[in-house]
Design a protein around this ligand. Structure first.
Ligand SMILES: Nc1ncnc2c1ncn2[C@@H]1O[C@H](COP(=O)(O)OP(=O)(O)OP(=O)(O)O)[C@@H](O)[C@H]1O
Ligand SMILES: [Mg+2]
Length: 443
């Protein structure tokens, strides 16, 4: 599954620090504890891959100065402040400065876990979007990033190019890790709004009042414009749109209706309803749903795109090998079958993690892809078989991957590939043509 988010716990009281750490570690977080703000600042910087929980009252740099410091390093970092019982002014001040939320002592540990979960989901969304924004300023780069040649992926590419030019709002649906955030960026980057603002907010991350303020204002102290204003003329992305409360749905509908047609600001709504067990159609009022779902993209789960699994794995393993300066792991027939049959509940994100770990393992000269997958599947519960797919599909994707791998290894030397795979030249040529493989790509 997706790697655990970090939680940095900052508290001068050892007991407190330890019990929070233990509790959050039990809930699956990767915790690290610091006894002072100064100590924590040695580790936490911009793009910290996690969230922060900090006490307010501490000797040396207190929680409030720490929070201000963190906000200046990375204003998107979720910081949960622990305040003394009844210290309302302090809590209000923390929120004004940009705290994600606060917990009043003594607090219920379950509430802490829930907040940490919400904060880390928000963090992951911010980091996903940041990474994409850095990497992909123009449409052709982002289209190149999309790996896969399954019919579903080909259709997706066409949809992105078509809908990128269109004016209606877009709804993107699909399981976690299937590429929804990536597609939202692509839609913006290939269309006429490319040079304009791309603003993202998660509707599940904030309490209702806070979300209302961030979306529509007013914002305290004129800090930043509300997002609906900031995104004017560009794209406003609402992640986890199924979490919008009824009053906010009404406000959003008014906002949409007031814009007229074509809409000045395009809204891309992203939902992840499979996790909640109800559909976005149930969660949203019908009039809003139909406005948002004027255009709709549904991303298929990875397990239904057999041939993409192998292509993605090979390409990603290559990229990681380059990054780590080592050989890419060679996939055996048995491992290919295992990759194809794994349930992949975390979809492409999970596959990226597995590919990276396979490369690292290979560099150390230990472990196998099979053992990695086994560990993954234990986390995900009992192994399921994939939805019925004809054997022919597996065989073909495997054959394609083998030829692709071998061509790569031999840098396009047909003679060497013929020898290694014991194939006559004509058969090799036919198969390469069938799978759209071109010798020139390997030279
Ligand atoms: N077809 C693809 N080719 C290459 N990389 C992909 C593809 N689809 C997704 N990815 C990558 O997989 C990761 C997960 O994608 P993304 O963050 O867009 O998923 P998501 O559906 O938004 O997930 P979540 O619901 O958890 O937010 C990202 O690193 C993304 O770049
Ligand atoms: Mg996402």
């Amino acid at each position: 599954m997706a790697r655990a988010m970090k939680v940095a716990i900052v508290d001068d009281e050892q007991d407190m620090r330890q019990s929070i750490s233990q509790w959050l570690a039990l809930s699956g977080f990767d915790t690290e504890a610091f006894s002072s703000a100064e100590e924590a600042l040695k580790t936490i910087g911009a793009d910290y891959p996690g969230v922060v929980v900090s006490d307010i009252k501490m000797p040396g740099m207190d929680g409030m100065s720490f929070l201000k410091r963190l906000m200046s390093l990375d204003s998107g970092l979720p910081v949960i402040m622990i305040t003394g019982h009844g210290d309302v002014p302090m809590a209000v001040e923390a929120m004004r400065v940009g705290a994600f939320d606060f917990l009043e002592k003594p607090f219920n540990p379950d509430r802490m876990t829930e907040l940490a979960k919400r904060a880390s989901q928000n963090r992951r969304m911010t980091l996903d979007n940041r990474a994409l924004r850095k990497e992909l300023s123009d449409g052709s780069t982002i289209m190149k990033k999309l790996i896969g040649a399954s019919p579903a992926m080909e259709r997706l590419r066409e949809d992105i190019l078509d809908l990128g030019q269109a004016d209606g709002h877009v709804l993107i649906d699909g399981e976690t890790g299937t590429g929804k955030t990536l597609v939202a960026h692509a839609l913006h980057a290939v269309g006429p709004r490319a040079g304009k603002k791309f603003a993202v907010i998660s509707c599940a991350a904030y309490a209702e009042d806070m979300l209302a303020a961030r979306l529509f204002g007013p914002i305290a102290d004129g800090a930043r414009l509300p997002l609906a204003e900031e995104a004017r003329g560009g794209t406003l992305v609402l992640e986890d749109v199924e979490a919008l409360s009824q009053p906010l749905q009404a406000r959003l509908l008014t906002f949409i209706n007031d814009q007229g047609t074509p809409a000045e600001t395009r809204i891309i709504a992203i939902c992840n309803d499979h996790e909640q067990g109800r559909t976005v159609e149930d969660a949203l009022r019908p009039d809003l749903y139909y406005r948002l779902a004027a255009l709709k993209i549904v991303l298929p789960p990875l397990r239904t795109r057999g041939e993409d699994i192998l292509t993605l794995f090979t390409r990603l393993a290559e990229q990681f090998s380059e990054e780590y300066g080592c050989e890419a792991p060679q996939v055996t027939a048995q491992e290919a079958a295992q990759l194809l049959q794994a349930p992949w509940p975390g979809n492409v994100r999970q596959l990226i993690n597995v590919a990276e770990r396979a490369v690292l393992q290979n560099r150390r000269g230990s472990g196998s892809i099979a053992s990695l997958l086994m560990a993954e599947n234990e986390e995900a519960g009992p192994v399921m078989t994939t939805e019925g797919k004809p054997l022919k599909d597996y065989v073909e994707s495997f054959e394609k991957m083998l030829i692709d791998n071998t061509m790569r290894r031999h840098k396009g030397s047909i003679a060497n590939v013929m020898e290694e795979l014991c194939l006559p030249r004509r058969t090799l040529n036919e198969k390469m043509a069938k799978y759209g493989l071109q010798r020139s790509d390997y030279l």
